[in-house]
Write a protein that binds this ligand. Structure first.
Ligand code: TYC
Length: 107
């Protein structure tokens, strides 16, 4: 039978293993809609995701044509902050722009 010390040792080993792993990564995704102006989306991509005007236009058009597009891949807190920034900017202008985060597929 496993004793308390066995369990404590296993817990410590699990934590050590966890600490050695890279953090889980999340991708921030923009979703298409019929109303948000293209220029606004390009602007958001430059301001929130540090994209060049060319990169921003490319991502915006991908979202427009394919329904969704990845804006960047970040650790959980940074992804959540950027999603919130997009939502605030969209709300301030009353655009229905949707932004979500989801676990990034393994590299
Ligand atoms: N489809 C929008 C339009 O035609 C543009 C758009 C692009 C909206 C990307 C949202 O995430 C988006 N005005």
């Amino acid at each position: 039978m496993a004793t308390n010390t066995d369990i404590q040792r296993d817990t410590v080993l699990e934590r050590e293993k966890e600490a050695l792993k890279p953090p889980p990564m999340y991708q921030v995704v923009l979703l298409n809609d019929d109303y948000t102006p293209m220029e606004f989306v390009v602007n958001v991509l430059q301001r929130v995701f540090d994209k060049t005007p060319e990169e921003a236009s490319h991502i915006m058009l991908k979202v427009h044509h394919e329904g969704r597009g990845v804006c960047g891949i970040y650790t959980r807190d940074i992804a959540a902050t950027r999603v919130e920034m997009v939502r605030q900017l969209a709300r301030a202008r009353q655009h229905p722009l949707q932004c979500i985060m989801e676990p990034a597929p393994d590299a």
